[in-house]
Design a protein around this ligand. Structure first.
Ligand SMILES: [Mn+2]
Length: 240
């Protein structure tokens, strides 16, 4: 069976070498492995801002994954001044991800946003983020776990009737947690599909679309089922 092509845009950073800093475009391998295991064919697009080339990339794709990373979305994109504990911004990466997301939405491609990728879906729809949970929305839950990412840090309650609920087929799911930001106000057309036990929004989706799903945790980093069902659901949607 032909594998649906799933775009996974890279992190843009630099790596220090003995001959100085070298710019890199790198995807953490668990995203690629999760797409492969789910039956998809991951394709890592280059950093490029030419509209025609971005159209070409989207035309090659059957789905889009927006990975997270150790950076924050510019609060100006949701109309807020920058909080002192807002982290590093990566304007070029955010611009690439926005450009791909907007085109994927126009073409009706399935989209899975993970962690910062879920936050970007919310922002593109006009929602806002908590810029720093520990200072703005303190909780007894560990949203920035110290344990490795394959270990759960807290549970989420999955909202019945959502696409996420159909994918994972459970009402309560242990998840990892490595975020200091989160959805504060929901973007237009989005519903909550999962909440942490402290009430924090951990899953969003657009019920009017075949597959526009965001999760605040990293399912690709966890070994336990039903986490892999989330990537399988994306690839299945990409086949239709
Ligand atoms: Mn969390």
């Amino acid at each position: 069976m032909t594998r649906p092509v799933v775009l996974v845009p890279p992190d843009l950073s630099t790596v220090a070498t003995s001959r100085g800093d070298v710019p890199t475009a790198v995807v953490q391998r668990p995203y690629l492995d999760a797409v492969v295991a789910a039956g998809g064919l991951p394709l890592v697009p280059p950093p490029i801002d030419e509209p025609g080339a971005l159209d070409q990339l989207i035309a090659l794709a059957d789905a889009l994954v927006l990975p997270g990373g150790a950076f924050d979305i510019d609060p100006a994109l949701y109309g807020e001044p920058r909080h002192e504990r807002c982290g590093e911004l990566k304007p070029e990466r955010t611009a690439l991800e926005r450009a791909l997301l907007e085109r994927a939405l126009v073409r009706g491609l399935p989209v899975l946003g993970v962690c910062g990728g879920m936050q970007l879906i919310n922002v593109v729809r006009g929602g806002a983020l908590w810029q720093d949970l520990p200072s703005q929305a303190p909780s007894p839950l560990a949203h920035q776990q110290k344990a490795p990412k394959d270990k759960p840090a807290h549970d989420v309650e999955v909202v019945a009737g959502t696409l996420l609920s159909r994918a994972v087929a459970t009402a309560r799911l242990p998840v990892n947690s490595t975020h200091h930001q989160a959805v504060k106000t929901l973007g237009a057309g989005l519903v909550v599909s999962a909440r942490a036990t402290d009430g924090l929004i951990e899953g969003i989706e657009d019920p009017s679309r075949p597959f526009l799903v965001g999760v605040q945790w990293h399912p690709e980093a966890m070994r336990e089922e039903p986490q892999r069902e989330i990537y399988r659901a994306l690839v299945e949607a990409a086949r239709r």
